[in-house]
Design a protein around this ligand. Structure first.
Ligand SMILES: [Zn+2]
Length: 425
């Protein structure tokens, strides 16, 4: 079988290291070898007659990126009556999900961990992608939002409308209802359960307010873990963050209120955090400085997170990418803007943000042994970039620089330099 051989590659391994002048061999769906060009005959130096050899002349090979907070159906540019388009007809939301998941893949994100979708759309999207009915990232499907009566998502629908909002939200009160909601979502195909633990971070609810009881969150986590699912929590204050860590939550979304005590607890529990700072930053920018009550909180939270995040990164907290693309004034599409934001506005070194996007992301996806680094034996989810994302992370924002996207060894995008291919080929 024909193999794909990249020579002269600069390899961003995904674990913080970079290899120059390297040959990467892809055989079937896996990375067969990664080694120096000068290795000569042997596992990395030998080229078979039917190999497709591409001389990259210093261009970059890196792991496919992972988005760890994605809402495939979100769509709100301020013109819809319902928040985020969540209560639009299911068929319309499915069309949007197909389109947005394909865009995510073509932006170089070969895997995604959903942060919630209505009507169990995610579960069907995962199946459709796995069967190759549509193109999209490997997907961990997430549940509807599970939240209490009167919480931010629920309150978006005024009580006099008398709608249940069951497409988007499972309104649950008390441990028994949380348990039942989790079980219903798992039955419908969710592998990740989204619980609204607090308001804040872009919701209409105050961030100080913890919106679930300890018993409710404990029941949700226990019920999910019993069925092999995980729980992620929308969390925007310190007390709720510490409570959720004590109860064994699997992913912290947003994490506003993070401080040094929280960093210590996150390291002890080895719990990943999705800081998702780009949405509030873009939302505030779109407001042009106008002050609404909650925008002052958002300003404060962004500044506080920008101050603490470099410390969390240095300390070794498992930080990952992902954000509320599709939320108000924050359209789907430019997904790699996140990497640029953390480098430009928060001062995180580009090599670290690349590790968030790859190795950390694969671990949070649940396939850290199979994905996330350019390592022999792993699945060949790889990108070929015309540029050096370590020197200039903005190259990932340029669609023309994305020369190839491989998913399980299959070329999803192939704009590899033909004239640079091996003349013997
Ligand atoms: Zn979200």
């Amino acid at each position: 079988m024909s193999r794909l051989v990249f020579t002269g590659a600069s390899v961003v391994v995904g674990d913080g290291s970079v290899l120059a002048d390297t040959t990467v061999v892809i055989d079937g769906d896996r990375i067969a070898s990664v080694g120096p060009d000068a290795a000569g005959p042997g596992p990395t130096g030998s080229v078979r007659p039917d190999d497709r050899v591409v001389a990259l002349a210093g261009r970059t090979v890196m792991p496919g990126m992972v988005n760890c907070h994605f809402h495939a159906t979100y769509h709100n540019l301020g013109s819809q009556p319902a928040p985020f388009g969540l209560e639009e007809p299911m068929a319309l939301q499915v069309v949007r999900a197909v389109r947005n998941l394909e865009r995510l893949l073509l932006a170089g994100f070969t895997s995604a961990v959903s942060a919630g979708a209505p009507f169990a759309i995610d579960a069907s999207m995962k199946t459709a992608i796995d069967r190759r009915l549509v193109a999209g990232p490997r997907l961990v499907p997430c549940s509807r939002d599970i939240s209490t009566t009167g919480h931010a998502g629920d309150r978006s629908f005024p009580s006099h409308w008398e709608v249940g909002a069951l497409g988007a939200i499972r309104r649950s009160d008390g441990p028994d209802e949380f348990r039942r909601s989790v079980r219903l979502e798992v039955k419908e195909g969710a592998e990740m359960i989204k619980v609204f633990v607090t308001g804040g971070h872009g919701t209409v609810g105050p961030r100080e307010q913890t919106e679930v009881t300890k018993g409710e969150l404990e029941a949700a986590i226990e019920a999910a873990h019993q069925r092999g699912a995980r729980v992620r929590g929308h969390i925007a204050n310190k007390e709720a963050l510490l409570m959720a860590l004590d109860l064994g939550i699997d992913i912290v979304d947003h994490g506003d209120g993070l401080d040094e005590e929280c960093i210590g607890r996150l390291l002890a529990t080895d719990t990943p955090v999705v800081p998702s700072m780009l949405f509030p930053a873009r939302f505030l920018a779109s407001m042009g400085g106008a002050s609404l009550g909650f925008t002052d909180d958002m300003h404060h939270d962004i500044e506080a997170m920008a101050a603490i995040l470099p410390l969390a990164n240095e300390a070794g907290v498992r930080l990952v990418l992902g954000d509320d693309f599709g939320a108000l004034n924050f359209p789907h599409g430019p997904y790699a803007d996140e990497l640029a934001y953390y480098v430009d506005e928060v001062g995180i070194p580009s090599i670290d943000v690349l590790t968030w996007a790859t190795k950390h992301g694969a671990e949070v996806f649940g396939m850290g042994e199979e994905l996330g680094t350019v390592t022999p034996g792993k699945l060949a989810d790889l990108l070929v970039i015309d540029g050096d994302p370590v020197a200039d992370v903005h190259v990932l924002q340029d669609p023309d620089a994305m020369l190839a996207i491989l998913q399980g060894g299959r070329l999803v995008t192939d704009r590899l330099p033909v004239d640079a291919e091996d003349p013997h080929r």
